[in-house]
Design a protein around this ligand. Sequence first.
Ligand SMILES: Cc1cc2nc3c(=O)[nH]c(=O)nc-3n(C[C@H](O)[C@H](O)[C@H](O)COP(=O)(O)OP(=O)(O)OC[C@H]3O[C@@H](n4cnc5c(N)ncnc54)[C@H](O)[C@@H]3O)c2cc1C
Length: 476
Amino acid sequence: MGSTVTLTGWGRIAPSSAELAEPSSVADAEALLKVAAPSRPLIPRGLGRSYNNAAQCGGGVVVSSAHLNRIIELDPVTGVADCAAGVSLEQLMVAGLPAGWFVPVSPGTRQVTIGGAIAADVHGKNHHVAGSFAQHVRSFDLVLPGGELRTVTSESDPALFWATAGGMGLTGFIVRAAVQLKRVASSRVRVETVRTADIDETMAVLAEHDRRYGYTVAWSDSMARGKGLGRSVVTSGDFAALADLPAAAKDDPFAFRPGARLGVPGPFPPGLINRYTVALANEAWYRKAPKHRDGELQTIGAFFHPLDGIRNWNRVYGPGGFRQYQYVLPFGEEAAVRRSFELVSAARAPSFVTVLKRFGAGDPGLLSFPMAGWTLALDFPARTPGLGVLLDALDRLVANGGGRVYLAKDSHVPPDVLAQMYPRLPEFRALRAELDPNGMLASDLSRRLGLLARHQAAAGRLSRSEVDGVAHYTRT
Ligand SMILES: Cc1cc2nc3c(=O)[nH]c(=O)nc-3n(C[C@H](O)[C@H](O)[C@H](O)COP(=O)(O)OP(=O)(O)OC[C@H]3O[C@@H](n4cnc5c(N)ncnc54)[C@H](O)[C@@H]3O)c2cc1C
């Protein structure tokens, strides 16, 4: 097997050491899962863009899809892409756009693998019309604990399909998937921007734009309070038609240049992102936004992945790293959404990237995050004073409102609260107990949250994470 590496997620908290295996073929992956032992559990890893430790397995083995990175076939007529699981969404965009195909769902970064997109059942700004990623997956090949390779579709084996979609790598190692891409007429997005005065207007504009646009999101000022609580910049849009493009762009309507990325020089001192700097930055960014602008053409990078423009931007939080927190609350719980803004702003907790949007109906994924309602994503420097108390209060608010937090980001929720938020967890545990009776698959996240059946969790329990001062492994 490979060398021992110390890993974190994108938030750079909770490092742990594991052996790194990088199979270069499906046969290698099968062999690896065949010899796995409960005393040395294993977890898949893609590009390490989940925020905390879902793709870590301290003391065990992390199986990376880094070398399974080939697009096997992309049919230019049907838009079905047959890919190895380590292919990134960016690779798919580069390959698909010249023929007019875009990924069906894009999270806020395109540095995500197909395997990671299925395992977290990721969502994008178009959830209200397109649902989450797994709904566009025609089939995947999964290497099960024990080494058996199985082709899974939502028709042939709905239980395994919907346990794997959102199952955070705990049902096996996905090695290949066929994904239905989305037809687009250009690589530009026609965007409407509205600056809102408060949370009520923000929610009203989001609701109205959801009816008119395929993509919507609000970037909110988490530090604003009083009359300005929840003030935001709402951006909404759809892919532009050829006729919408300026003459110069018509020659190359699918232009997409993902390469240009600025690096963040480091090291950054602790405390650079704090309540004062974030309040100032939010104020400046809010004031700069137009009150209303329509018809602006934006590139894919600017509209979908503004943070990808800066490589390793996660380092600006300094050595302590940062915690993302994302919840969804069902429609009807608007007062709780408002309350969450009050809690964050009253705590003066500096969330640098604060994003509010509306989800459409969820899919049948047992642990999939989205459900019809309001979703808010926040990120805080991990060393923010009083952060634990704030997150406790948010957990309670979300659980009491019938909502849930996102496993790809979670670093905080207690296991009993998580169980309340995911009522289908017992079904997931039961399926896992059949699929993986010896507990060969486990992650730092699954151990903390008790996602596996009890005896399996005990078998996979390992020592506490090691801490700072070591090289972190993140594929870029
Ligand atoms: C800037 C930024 C913005 C983001 N925006 C969004 C967003 O808008 N919407 C959203 O939904 N998410 C968002 N995310 C989270 C990200 O999309 C998910 O965490 C995604 O799962 C990361 O994919 P990855 O390839 O990096 O997987 P990793 O982080 O490496 O792994 C994530 C999970 O997938 C499992 N996994 C990975 N590969 C495989 C495989 N081959 N087989 C089985 N399991 C596998 C791992 O075990 C782990 O549980 C964002 C992340 C960042 C950094």
